[in-house]
Design a protein around this ligand. Structure first.
Ligand SMILES: [Zn+2]
Length: 408
């Protein structure tokens, strides 16, 4: 099997698509600029990417910083220099390219903490399906997605899906995704995923994951990928290992200095509890779903500073179990939110946030109507937005860079 892979010739096609998007943005900016006289042009904004001293002022927006030390503003400004935020406040003065943000919300980008982006080209193919097991037949995720489509993926399929998923999510305000593409059948598949993520220009965490078939080099190819693509800490793409509870694999990740992410849907094997009792769970772990877990599991997650990612729409639709928002909150954990798979459900973070908001409140409201006293508080819109931003940044181990509008 051919293990070498480079970006394909259809790059020209993608270039044309990106040109359209840039064109649309330029039109939008031109319209804004005309209305506000003398505002920033797209060229000026692009200059800021290259020049760390170039400044951009987002003026007069409804600023939702999500930083308690900064607060929110009905009409506020955000000053950007190069790749960093320099100031957030009222009536900032600076020589800068100005963007009129009046009537718009200025806030951190959404962080989606678990998304199998290699499946985005399969969007909607399993809208009525459930998770299932490999023997449940063809209308399950295991039967259709894992059984039919995933095994025949070529590197180019993974590349195009990663790129399209990233551009779509960027367009929807999701500026960071933890990509959990489980399609590393060969090292070339992993390379293709990374090239697709990189070409989008968006921030992402690439989590190296198992693939299918005898050519998978999982997990040891982690070290090659790290050396080849992740040598700098100052880049948009960062690395994690997607590894089910297994002492050797988690040790490999920690030797390489990369965080660990894993799906936890119940613990029938008991392996998760074994890891906890062996003292192997830590703050470098992100746990996806966390449905069907016991009090012992939750205490271990909370006591070790573990991060939690809940994919509420998928968990309800595909039978992972009840999304454990209340259990996480009861243990002092603010969960992050995730999309999971587009074969079954939308990747729109507003849908995910509304699912979160309505579900937690519906369950507490039912308890109230049943006469229960001393109920947990209903989640607020603000808390749900935090889950989709700063809690996501923490789960992705990127809260030193993203998640709030904070100078620096
Ligand atoms: Zn998943």
């Amino acid at each position: 099997m051919n293990h070498s892979w480079a970006a394909p010739s259809r790059r020209g096609l993608i270039g044309a698509g990106a040109g359209l998007a840039a064109g649309a943005a330029a039109q939008l900016l031109a319209g804004k600029a005309e209305a506000a006289r003398g505002m920033a042009t797209l060229d000026q904004l692009k200059r800021a990417e290259r020049d760390p001293d170039h400044r951009i002022l987002l003026r007069g927006g409804i600023v939702l910083s999500l930083d308690p030390g900064i607060g929110n503003f009905e009409a506020g400004d955000v000053l950007i220099g190069g790749k960093k935020i320099l100031a957030v406040g009222r009536n900032l003065n600076s020589t800068a390219s100005v963007v009129d943000a009046s009537g718009m919300i200025v806030m951190p980008g959404f962080v989606d903490t678990h998304h199998h982006q290699y499946e985005t080209i399969l969007r909607g193919t399993l809208a009525d399906g459930v998770l299932g097991s490999p023997n449940d037949g063809k209308k399950t995720y295991q039967g259709v997605i894992q059984g039919i489509f995933t095994p025949v993926y070529q590197p180019e399929d993974a590349y195009i899906s990663e790129l399209v998923a990233s551009l779509n999510q960027l367009n929807a305000g999701v500026t960071t995704t933890v990509d959990t593409s489980q399609v590393s059948h060969t090292p070339a598949h992993s390379d293709a995923c990374i090239v697709g993520l990189k070409e989008s220009g968006r921030r992402a965490v690439y989590t190296y994951s198992p693939g299918l078939g005898p050519s998978s080099q999982y997990p040891k190819d982690l070290l090659r990928l790290q050396a080849r693509y992740f040598s700098s800490a100052d880049q948009l793409l960062t690395l994690e290992l997607n590894a089910a509870p297994n002492a050797d694999n988690w040790a490999l990740a920690r030797q390489a200095g990369v965080p660990i992410i894993c799906h936890i849907v119940g613990d029938r094997s008991g392996n998760f509890e074994v890891m906890g009792k062996a003292g192997l769970m830590g703050s470098d772990n992100e746990y996806i779903h966390c449905t069907q877990l016991s009090e012992t599991h939750w205490k271990m997650i909370a006591d070790t500073g573990g991060k939690v990612s809940i994919a509420p729409a998928i968990e309800m639709q595909m039978r992972h179990g009840m999304p454990p928002f209340q259990t996480a909150l009861d243990h002092g954990i603010q969960p992050s939110l995730s999309v999971d798979v587009e074969c079954n459900m939308t990747a729109d973070m507003f849908s995910i946030m509304r699912t979160t908001f309505t579900l937690q409140r519906a369950l507490v409201n039912e308890r109230s109507l049943a006469g229960e006293q001393n109920l947990p508080p209903l989640v607020t819109c603000r808390e749900v937005i935090e889950m989709a931003t700063i809690a996501g940044a923490k789960a992705a181990h990127l809260d030193h860079k993203i998640g709030t509008l904070t100078p620096g």
